[in-house]
Design a protein around this ligand. Structure first.
Ligand code: BDP
Length: 736
């Protein structure tokens, strides 16, 4: 111990007497091993940062943390120290102790060579860890068994601290550790589709957490908890406002508010970004045009960028939805997406900012095949974007459906860094009440092989930059966060936020492992909880695919709000906003012919992939009706005709939900009552709605196919007209 004296932390406190130090050792020591999980009522606010003692079930676990050294000079260091104190105190079940009492040496040593002479002395190899990476190493420091978290920069140490807390929470031993972690993707951001009046587009968790009206005077402590949660999973940025942007966010009044939020998030390694409305120079700048080649417009954006950065020096940059679904953009002036993106990129470049330019575009004229449009518009622009532009591409070519093949743009623009856009919120997967764990969806897309440079050219390797040698890389998740006490609208929806962050950090993680990790931290380490809950989660997304429309069906939900079934939706302003456009069912068959004989969307994929998708016999059955129009009696691998198979999938989906519900009921008493009850209630809603989806879809498609139901299958209880007549004018998403 004496050797540690010089390490008295920068808080400048005096060394505590030996007896007190011993007491602290006990405080963070043995108690970590003991105690059964307490089943106190919980409302979900703590997310996966509950820091509940891992419990007797994991008695193999940690030898405990005897003492903590984490220097607390800079804001990031302070955040790190606070989190460790909070976590270690809660995990040990000890009464809270003051900040200064735990800044002593031993046990857990966290920092950088610059912040900690002791870490510097260890001489650990930190090469290749970059700014955000870290090492966790079991070592003997001054005669004490110590877990060392070492990084090049403070933010790396913060991430490493969260890693240690995760190990403790999941009941893993802090022994023989030699962990190297670096994020594979540089820009890992949430996209909030939040309006300035706090309405959240496609949000199912209450209002926006950004309390614009009371900012900057009132800094809701919730912003810090938001930042903690994000930092714990490595999310390093957030776009505060909706891609359907309001130019007002760029006015001085709002920029002050933005800077205030940025100040709250900065200590947790998070940057703030804004969605920019392309016509802002006209709307708030008084210019007559927003033409990106107009010198006055260019000047306006440069001045605006200077103003933003003066208030917020590490502002991340702009996200832009242009010439899509009625949004203004460079094409309004006969210019290209690259012209628009480059103008904004030039404005933020002097400040180190980036532009994330969305590829979710489809023209206002009636399209041949909407799935082809983004590729057609963007591929010719490859190589023409500035270095600080990322093109942000949704995971699939239509729109966040329960299942889509990977977007053909991935791999098709090698000279341009493409960033992934996933949806965390469940616009098409049952809003907040349906349990649908989306990590298997993310994983399926990330693992998909574009084959553009031969086998192994996965989507993950496109977006992590390794396939084409890009250093600027990114991934975005459309947030499911709101003012609800549990943040995400449902307890299980928290897992989608969590999984997004974990996969953004390392796209090779397995969704099952992430589910287990999350379950342990969120509910319990008890294997009698972890196994069934992970089982439910892993089955859940496929269940949604089954009961909403399997085998490659897509875009068959209610119009506008996207709530519930609507395979009959037709007419209206444009064909590609209807279900019949996408499923093309008629008396002879069903499916969208995207083969070379049809819309030829298959040719947007690299030849080996195109060959497969073009061939009805080789197309994976989950994408059959995405790429092929086939007769109702098309033979499936099961030996059944397509019609029977489709009907049975609807039934299978409902059956999986029934099983999930029974599994959850069996966990009564092992999960705190408050959360258990809400999940149970939501599963009941899900079962009813899965049944509704199944009944309505079968009623509709049977009216088209004219075929009898397979033997033993129950007919829908109501005639088709009943389902078609249902209306939900106030469902979330119906207005604004
Ligand atoms: C669709 C949503 C719509 C979004 C749009 C987008 O229904 O609310 O504005 O995508 O991503 O999924 O721009």
């Amino acid at each position: 111990m004496p050797k540690m004296l010089p390490l008295t932390p920068a808080t400048g406190e005096m060394r505590r007497p030996r007896a007190v130090r011993f007491a602290l050792s006990l405080l963070f020591g043995i108690t970590l091993l003991a105690g059964a999980p307490a089943l106190q009522a919980e409302d979900g606010y703590q997310l996966w940062l509950r820091y509940a003692a891992p419990g007797a079930a994991s008695a193999t676990a940690s030898p405990g943390i005897s003492q903590l050294v984490a220097i607390a000079d800079s804001p990031v260091q302070k955040a790190t120290q606070h989190e460790l104190q909070r976590g270690l105190q809660a995990l040990s079940g000890a009464a809270p102790v003051g900040a200064k009492t735990v800044t002593r040496a031993g046990g857990l040593l966290v920092g950088t060579p610059a912040s900690s002479p002791q870490i510097a002395r260890l001489g650990l190899d930190l090469d290749g860890l970059g700014r955000e990476g870290y090492r966790i190493r079991s070592a003997v420091v001054d005669g004490h068994a110590t877990t060392v978290v070492a990084a090049n920069e403070d933010v790396g140490a913060l991430y490493g601290a969260f890693h240690v807390l995760r190990l403790l929470q999941t009941g893993q031993p802090l022994r023989d550790l030699d962990i190297h972690e670096t994020p594979r993707i540089a820009v890992r951001v949430l996209n909030h589709w939040d309006n300035l009046d706090r309405y959240v587009e496609r949000g199912y968790a209450g209002q926006s957490i950004w309390d614009w009206h009371r900012l900057p005077g009132w800094l809701d402590p919730r912003y810090t908890d938001y930042a903690r949660a994000n930092a714990s999973i490595g999310i390093n940025g957030t776009v505060l406002n909706n891609v359907n942007a309001n130019a007002e966010v760029l006015t001085p009044m709002y920029l002050d508010k933005v800077a205030a939020i940025a100040g709250m998030l900065r200590p947790y390694g998070m940057k703030v970004y804004l969605s920019a409305r392309f016509s802002a120079p006209m709307e708030i700048g008084g210019l007559a045009t927003a033409d990106p080649l107009d010198a006055g417009v260019q000047r306006w954006w440069k001045t605006k960028a200077d103003e933003v950065y003066a208030l917020n020096p590490d502002f991340g940059g702009f996200l832009v939805k242009a010439n899509s679904e009625g949004q203004p953009g460079p094409q309004d002036y006969g210019r290209s997406h690259a012209d628009g993106a480059n103008m904004l990129a030039d404005a933020v470049a002097p400040h180190g900012g980036i532009v994330m330019w969305r590829a979710f575009v489809y023209s206002d004229e009636e399209p041949v095949d909407r799935a082809k449009q983004a590729y057609n518009e963007f591929v010719p622009l490859d190589g023409t974007f500035r270095d600080n532009v990322l093109v942000q591409v949704k995971n699939g070519a239509i729109d966040f459906q329960p299942r889509e093949p990977f977007h053909p743009l991935f791999g098709a623009m090698p000279k341009t860094p493409l960033m992934m856009e996933f949806q965390i919120t469940k616009e098409y997967l049952g809003f907040s009440t349906h349990l649908a764990y989306k990590a298997p969806l993310y994983e399926e897309v990330l693992d998909a092989d574009t084959e553009v440079q031969g086998p192994g050219s996965t989507v993950a390797r496109v977006i992590d930059g390794s396939l084409d040698g890009h250093a600027l890389t990114g991934i975005a998740g459309v947030a499911n966060i709101g003012s609800d006490r549990n943040w995400s609208g449902s307890h299980f929806d928290q897992a989608n936020w969590y999984a997004f962050g974990r996969l953004a950090w390392n796209p090779d993680l397995a969704s099952r492992d992430i589910a287990a990790e999350w379950t342990r931290m969120t509910f319990s380490n008890d294997p009698a909880v972890v196994e069934p809950v992970v089982g439910m989660m892993m089955a859940s997304r496929e269940a949604v695919v089954d009961y909403t429309g399997a085998l490659g069906l897509h875009h068959v939900m209610g119009r506008g709000h996207h709530y519930g079934p609507g395979p009959w939706v037709e007419g209206g302003p444009r064909a590609d906003w209807t279900s019949v456009y996408f499923h093309r069912a008629d008396a002879n068959g069903i499916g969208f012919d995207r083969t070379r004989r049809g819309s030829d969307a298959v040719s947007q994929y690299a030849p080996p992939v195109a060959e497969i998708f073009d061939d009805v016999a080789r197309t994976p059955e989950e994408f059959l009706l995405w790429f092929h129009h086939v007769p109702w009696n098309h033979p499936m691998r099961s030996g059944r005709p397509l019609w029977d198979e489709l009907v049975l999938r609807y039934d299978r989906g409902v059956g999986t939900v029934r099983d999930m519900r029974a599994t959850w009921a069996g966990l009564d008493g092992r999960i705190d009552a408050e959360r258990h009850a809400q999940v149970a209630a939501f599963l009941a809603i899900q079962q009813d709605e899965a049944q509704w989806w199944r009944d309505a879809s079968i009623a509709y498609f049977q009216s088209i196919s004219g075929l009898p139901l397979p033997a033993g299958v129950a007919p829908p209880p109501h005639p088709l007209g009943y389902y078609k007549a249902l209306e939900f004018p106030h469902a979330p998403g119906d207005t604004q």
